[in-house]
Design a protein around this ligand. Sequence first.
Ligand code: FPP
Length: 242
Amino acid sequence: MKKTENMPKHVGIIMDGNGRWAEERGKPRSFGHQVGATTLKELLHYIYDQGIQYVSLYAFSTENFGRDKKEVDFLMNLFVTLFKKELKSLKDLGVKVVFSGRHEPLSDTVWNAMEDLAATTKDGENGILNICLNYGGRYEIVDMTKKVVQKVLDGTLKLEEIDDKVIEDNLYQKLPPLDFVIRTSGEMRISNFMIYQAAYAEFYFPTTYFPDFKGKDFDEAILAFQNRDRRFGKNTKKKPNS
Ligand code: FPP
């Protein structure tokens, strides 16, 4: 199904419910992540085929390092496999992959796989996939603040020049604001995901666990988005500053 009007430009996905999906089937949580990864691969192709240009994924939060070491290790290995093999197909779609998050304490193996995928896809012009890995929205604001303050101290930026554009230019990635955030599994929280960029996003919380979230579920999400009345704090549908 190809829809052209009133599509979100930037969609964020919080891929939640992998663990519960597996546990309900009497399987280890890692199985849920594995199936979630397959779902993700198919879903990304489906989404970019709709003409959506920007997708941000919440792959692993800074807080997720507090999980069982076994689960963390499994996820890190899964990311490496995906970045080295599966997601390389994004290059054929013309999708450029970028990452948001902190370096420490990611291993060299994970970091190198991230850098390699970013380099392989760097010339993609049809879309951007922003993968938030070892990511926290508050840390992103902390790291942005340090960059901006450093520029003021260096004398390359004046205090009175700091505005929302400067803030946006110093976040991890230069991306348009999020229009639409989907969090699967019925949880209704943002959980520190791109909190600055989601200021005027519409939210959608399907009860489906992520491994079961397929193209038809995405279509339903888009229909819900298209029925929202986005006012950006005004009483008209005009976008801010437009
Ligand atoms: C949240 O479900 C999911 C994660 C922490 C990992 C998401 C990772 C993937 C889908 C693998 C592929 C991802 C990328 C970006 C390459 P949960 O474990 O919190 O589930 P629960 O809430 O049911 O416990």
